[in-house]
Design a protein around this ligand. Sequence first.
Ligand SMILES: *Cc1c(COP(=O)(O)O)cnc(C)c1O
Length: 411
Amino acid sequence: MLSSVLLLKSKGVTALPAKTVPDKKGYFGSYGGRFVPETLISALDRLTDAYKTVRRDSKFKRELAGYLTDYAGRPTPLYFAGNLTRRYGRARIFLKREDLLHTGAHKINNTLGQALLAQFLGKKKVIAETGAGQHGVATATAARVLNLECDVYMGDEDIRRQALNVYKMQILGARVIPVHSGSKTLKDATNEAIRAWVTHVDTSYYLLGSTVGPHPYPVMVRDFQSVIGVEARKQHREKTGREPDYLVACVGGGSNSMGLFYPFLKTRSKMFGVEAAGSGIHTRRHAATITKGTNGVLHGMKSIVLQDRVGQIQLAHSISAGLDYPSVGPEHAYLSKTGRVEYVAITDKEALVAFRRLTLEEGIMPALEPAHALAYLEKLMPRTKKNETVIVGLSGRGDKDIDTVRHALKL
Ligand SMILES: *Cc1c(COP(=O)(O)O)cnc(C)c1O
């Protein structure tokens, strides 16, 4: 399957993949597809058709652009990080400032897009699941402004650990529905959310939070997040007159990185997806799916999965809740096999050091997720040249992580 999209490699530069979109069944090479109960197939078919129609609808495009601009705060700046650049004395470093968006991260790009889609389809309610609560808060926010009801399924254990986000969702008018089954975390919440969607498929919309799940979600979420890369490419061109040499972004499910990378796939920019190595990739406490995982099925998609020899899903670990996911979006799995994007892993410790470094150099506290991308600069920068440029995806701000950092970093 991959042979049809084999890449030409010359001098370490990777040429274009022959196709960058999935086939009709939602496969990126051998990854993606739909691994769901029969009852869901027709709902996913209808969603695929509706999405195709709405994406071409000028009223939808105009309304979404309006919300992204006036409500979420787009375009976000492409900031030249002068102090950080001088520290390395190599390529110029630019930060794509998704941390400045309403609610503090890129997730709002996707939740506004899908909630508006739900509204266009005449749905009354959006249903979501959340682990750490970030996607739940972004969904509750978009639902509120678009006057939709919002049910968020969340494992008991996560509800206990993420009390502040639970409160935020509730005060935004969402119903947080506790899930008592299984390990009482994200996996179980996902099952319940899908069950609720199937039962009320005519009136409700299932709003997924990353480039994961059954087709068409990986494509839809990528498209809604591509605004990051489209803006960054234009802004970089205005500032430098050319394409960037390197792009770096963190990978949990893969939405902020896919959003940044996608509009650059046909350029010659080198791309790095940074996974969470947690306590180290040679321990069992990490979330480095592409680095250490194997092919498998999870959450309705075929992808790369952290699993043991008999296919039991391993618990993922990272200091950043947003990277703590035992799989990855199918398009990333595909891009890793074609070699178009290189995937690397950064430990909790390295991410904490990078958090401190950006804060001290630029007065910007990054979320711990993009701190992983920033940490990779330590390895990348010595290999760069002065006339080159790097764009780092700063997917979110660090306010939510201050307590974690305060306990982990002894000043
Ligand atoms: C959720 C989150 C991530 C990880 O999710 P992706 O889908 O991989 O982007 C990264 N950064 C921040 C700030 C997040 O909130």
